[in-house]
Design a protein around this ligand. Structure first.
Ligand SMILES: Nc1ncnc2c1ncn2[C@@H]1O[C@H](COP(=O)(O)OP(=O)(O)OP(=O)(O)O)[C@@H](O)[C@H]1O
Ligand SMILES: [Mg+2]
Length: 205
């Protein structure tokens, strides 16, 4: 389903652009040594990040591949490993996929967040390729998925957390837009999600 990201993107784009302009104007009024400049710089960074996410959703909703660039897998996962404080293993290093880096980062962060919500104390991200495909495994030691949920886990509203049940749907939509697929496997003590993507070196133009 690609209409939801498109709808959200469309509705959020204008107010976000106006918030960004307002924040930039406010930043121009503040001297760089003023402590308020730090706050405004943080706001501008967050608004920039949101703009990139929304542009990515809109491109995805209209099936454009324009915002897809070559993404170095190790670089992306190292960044996520630092922000999420999780172990990352990339072997061998130096391989890439085609995709929207902001959306892929968000997707993997979503999987880490779910793992924590499921009681995980340890999350491990491991990436490898077999020549043509790149597999990114996100494995945790938290609660195992209910077997009955596995088939419908990527559907909107499938949630046992009392939240929106949108996170995994967004993950699947992002991965599909990168011509990949995501699957999940319940483990005896945890859960493993695998994002499988074509290697950039072999992706269709
Ligand atoms: N790593 C995990 N371990 C255990 N259960 C999980 C894990 N990931 C997902 N789930 C289950 O899948 C459900 C759906 O996840 P999803 O991210 O789509 O929704 P949510 O986290 O409940 O809400 P939202 O992400 O929209 O805030 C979760 O409610 C949870 O029951
Ligand atoms: Mg979630």
């Amino acid at each position: 389903m690609q209409d939801l990201p498109g709808l959200l993107g469309h509705e959020l784009r204008n107010p976000l652009a106006s918030a960004l302009t307002g924040a930039m104007l406010a930043r121009d009024m503040v001297d760089g040594r003023d402590s308020r400049a730090v706050v405004l710089d943080g706001v501008l960074k967050d608004l920039d990040c949101m703009t990139s996410l929304i542009d990515g959703w809109l491109a995805m909703a209209s099936d454009q591949q324009g915002t897809q660039t070559r993404v170095d897998v190790e670089e992306l996962l190292t960044k996520i490993g630092e922000s999420q404080r999780v172990e990352v293993v990339c072997a061998p290093p130096a391989f890439s996929v085609m995709g929207n880096v902001f959306l892929l980062e968000r997707a993997i962060e979503n999987l880490c967040k779910n793992a924590r919500n499921g009681g995980a104390t340890k999350i491990r991200i491991a990436a490898q390729h077999d020549g043509s495909r790149v597999d990114i495994h996100i494995e945790d030691n938290g609660r195992s998925l209910d077997p009955g949920d596995v088939e419908r886990i990527f559907e909107v509203g499938c949630s046992r957390s009392g939240s929106t049940g949108l996170g995994l749907h967004a993950v699947a939509t992002t991965v599909a837009a990168c011509r990949g697929e995501v699957r999940c496997v319940p483990l005896s003590g945890g859960t493993r999600f695998t994002i499988s993507l074509p290697r950039a070196e072999l992706a269709r133009a």
